[in-house]
Structure formats: C-alpha cells, structure tokens
Design a protein around this ligand. Structure first.
Ligand SMILES: *Cc1c(COP(=O)(O)O)cnc(C)c1O
Ligand code: SF4
Length: 443
C-alpha cells in the first residue's frame, strides 16, 4: 500500500482565524469558538483537518464535533464573558483569570479525589497506578499524559489545561513493578493516559519489557488504551519508529502474553481512510488484538444506526467491540450528556442490527464509584417501571452480575440520580461500599 508519511502538526486556539477550512464560518461563530477554546482544551491535528473531517458538513460533521469547540459547550453567560474579554482585547492575565473561574466551576474533581484508588506498597502510596478491581491495574505513564488531539467531551480535560497536576503519573522505573510483583492476583495491566501511544516506542518499551521477565508470570494481558488509531494512524505505519513499535508488540505476543489495544473509536467515519485501515491491519499482523470502546455522546454518535454501522465496520476489520460507555464528568456536561434511558435505547436498537460477533459490545455502562454498572434494560415488575442494572466490575468482585433495580427515571443521566426500586432505602451494595471506602480513608 502506497501511503505517504505525514509530519504531525497541531491546531489550537491561535489557528481558528487562520485555518482556511474555518473561513466559511462567520466571524461571530469563530469568535465563539475562540471563547470556548480559551476555557476548554482545544487541539486538533493535520490528519483530522486534511483527511477525516468532512468540511462540507460542518458544524454537524461528527469528527468536527469531536475535536473542534462549539459555542454551546459553555453556558451563554460564560460564553458572553469570554467573548467580551476577547473583543476588548483584554490582557492575557484577565483572559486566564476569566477562563480559570469558569474551569473551576466545571471541574468535577474536588481537590484530593485523585487519591481514590491509589494503592500502597509497604505503607507508601504508589503514585501513577490505580488498583480498583482485583484483576486489573491501571498504569499512567508520565510521558503519555497528552493526546494526538483532544476530544471535546474528554473527562480528563482538567489535566490538559493545567488544573490537575500530573503528580499521579508514574515514571518507568521501579515502583509500579514492585507493586505488580507482589500482587499475584493481578492478571491484567492497562496502560492509560492521556494516550500512552503518544510516547516513543523506546519509552513504551521501558514500561512493557520488564513485565515480560520472570516475576511477572501472573501478568497475562497487557492492555494499552489509545485514541491514536483514530487520531494519528500514521503512528503505526509511517512514523519514524512505527516499525520499532510493531516489533515491541510482536515481542509481547512471542513471550506468550496477550496484547490488547483498547482502541477508542466514536464513529464509523474514523475507519473511512486507507491509513486508518492500514494501521489496524499492521497492529493485528503482530498478533495483538484490537478491542474498541466509546461513550455515547450527544451531537456525535447518539443514534443506533451510527453504532450499528460502527460495530459492523469494526467486526469486518477484525476488531472486537468491547464497551459502550455512558459519558459524564466532561466540562461541557449539559451539551453532551444523554439520559440513561436514551443510552439504553440506542444500545438495544443498535445491537439487534449486528450479528453475534458484534454483540461482544457491553453496555451502556457507567464507570462509577462502586464499579462498572450496566443498564441491562427497562422493565415493569409488580406494577413498577424500573431499570434493571448489574455490575460488570465491582470493588467487591462478588457484586458482579447480580441484577438489581432502580425506579425508572426518564431524566436520570447517572447512577447517582437513581433511587432503589420497591421502596428500598439502599441498593444492595451500599452498606458494604461505605465500609470499603471508610477502610480506604476515602471520606
Ligand atoms: C474498566 C476498568 C478496568 C477494566 O475492567 P475490565 O472489565 O477488565 O475491562 C480496570 N480498572 C478500572 C479503574 C476501570 O475503570
Ligand atoms: S483521547 Fe481520551 S484522554 Fe485524550 S482527549 Fe480524547 S477522551 Fe481525553
């Protein structure tokens, strides 16, 4: 396949006026985009701009919605404030102050919440890893805390605008390896970010190669969570160290471990280019598997047909659909969020359109404090309309796959909005959860 290499370049707030593709928008529209981009992180790149976005369809093009800011992402009050500051040519400090005030209000993480799930070894916290579920440890490599472009709905946005510091990330040396060596119950590690695939192959190897040595026989699976297959597929094909990366993947497989690339894909359009398909082919040729996941997001993929077509496309390319998430904790929550019942309808109407090989996608699922809670359906029992829920993952493994029930609520968008059905005061897991959290001193 004849694919020309591409040298990566980023677009940010300063490019909104000069990007030729945005000239078709009015000056007012561009001003509003700038206002949003001063508050919430904005980064796109030349692959998205030149190949993936259909500029005839903006602003409704899903990839445009995925990475370019929209006026509606801020409340009109906040938007007006930022627009006024820009129009008045306010000094940088005033712009930053205005933006920060809005950011603090939008930031879902009160101080200290990052401490959740940080495990300790010999009484000392091990920063940069999370161990919430028995089998799987999350690793946040220091050098992988950025992305090839920023998603407008990203829940990690505070870290990209400097609101969160990166103290939670881990260096390649020592600590996380010691932790894993002494936790034989762990079978999976998941490298996550940001996007670990923004690292060079040699940096990634520093995290992965030690786990192929003795002492880590219990680690069966290495997962890498990444958006790069969609945002920068050149990473796997023509980038300078693309071949080194594939050799690293091969080495993992040859050592008898399962390598799972957890590809984040929001829309079938992300598979439309030759380079996107070539990247998938090259990754799979190493023996790695690609599993896919995405949240349901209003204005981007909130239709059953979009999901059905995406899953079909994935299956035909040899990818394995894995999760459909319910999104939350975005800065622009009101703009993107969708009621739980609507998420479930989209899942239910999409899954019936694909064969069994596409029905490996589980969801819609909320990654919440007690665990990963799936909305299994809406039912009526003893005259009460309710949601049927279950854990796919839980802080207490034994909570998994025990159906439980919440009163139906058409407006609920998160687990915390739901009340137990049948007049109960608590969900079955809640007392135990309080005990666990107290023990971990999380209150
Ligand atoms: C989702 C998740 C995992 C992985 O769960 P699987 O069911 O194995 O995919 C691990 N840790 C955390 C914190 C998670 O949110
Ligand atoms: S790729 Fe993931 S971490 Fe990066 S901006 Fe998108 S949602 Fe956020």
């Amino acid at each position: 396949m004849n694919i020309k290499p591409k040298k990566m370049s980023f677009y940010g707030v300063k490019d909104i006026d000069s990007l030729p593709e945005l000239k078709k928008l009015s000056e007012t529209e561009r001003l509003a985009m700038k206002a949003v981009a001063h508050v919430l992180p904005f980064r796109s790149n030349n692959y998205l701009v030149e190949e993936l976005i259909d500029w005839n369809k903006i602003p409704d093009d899903p990839i445009f919605r995925l990475t370019f800011p929209h006026p509606e992402m801020l409340s009109s009050q906040d938007l007006n404030l930022m627009v006024r500051l820009i129009e008045e040519d306010a000094p940088k400090t005033a712009l930053r102050e205005g933006a920060n005030e809005i950011r603090w209000r939008l930031n879902p993480h009160p101080a200290g919440q990052k401490q959740h799930n940080v495990p300790s070894l010999d009484g000392e916290p091990v920063p940069g890893i999370q161990h919430k579920y028995e089998k799987t440890v999350l690793i946040f490599p220091t050098a992988g805390q950025t992305c090839h472009a920023y998603c407008t709905f990203c829940f990690r946005w505070p870290q990209f605008v400097g609101l969160d510091d990166l103290k939670f990330a881990t260096r390649e040396s020592g600590d996380f390896q010691d932790y894993l060596r002494s936790h034989k119950e762990v079978s999976d590690i998941l490298l996550t970010g940001g996007d670990p695939m923004t690292m060079k192959a040699w940096q990634l190897a520093l995290y992965i190669e030690p786990l192929l040595e003795s002492g880590f026989e219990h680690i069966q699976t290495i997962r890498i969570g990444t958006k790069s297959l969609a945002y920068w597929p050149y990473r796997y094909v023509t980038d300078e160290d693309a071949d080194d990366l594939l050799r690293l993947f091969e080495k993992v497989v040859q050592r008898g471990k399962h390598l799972a690339i957890m590809g984040h894909y929001e829309h079938w359009q992300e598979f439309a280019t030759p380079i996107a398909r070539e990247a998938i082919r090259r990754v799979r040729s190493t023996g790695a598997q690609i599993r896919t996941q995405a949240p349901v997001i209003r204005h981007i993929n909130d239709s059953a047909d979009t999901w059905a077509k995406m899953w079909q496309t994935q299956v035909s390319l040899g990818c394995i659909p894995y999760y459909m998430f319910v999104e939350r904790q975005t800065g622009a929550k009101e703009y993107f969020e969708i009621p739980l019942v609507r998420c479930w309808e989209i899942y239910q109407q999409a899954i019936q359109q694909v064969s069994g090989l596409g029905r490996t996608a589980r969801g819609p699922v909320m990654s919440a404090l007690p665990g990963k809670v799936a909305i299994d359906g809406v039912a009526e029992i003893a005259g009460e309309k309710l949601f049927v829920l279950s854990f796919l993952q839980a802080r207490e493994s034994d909570w998994c796959k025990r159906p439980f029930f919440a009163s139906f609520d058409a407006d609920a968008t998160w687990l915390s909005d739901l009340k137990p059905a049948f007049g109960q005061y608590k969900f079955f897991y809640e007392s135990q959860l309080e005990d666990i959290l107290t023990r971990q001193k999380l209150f």
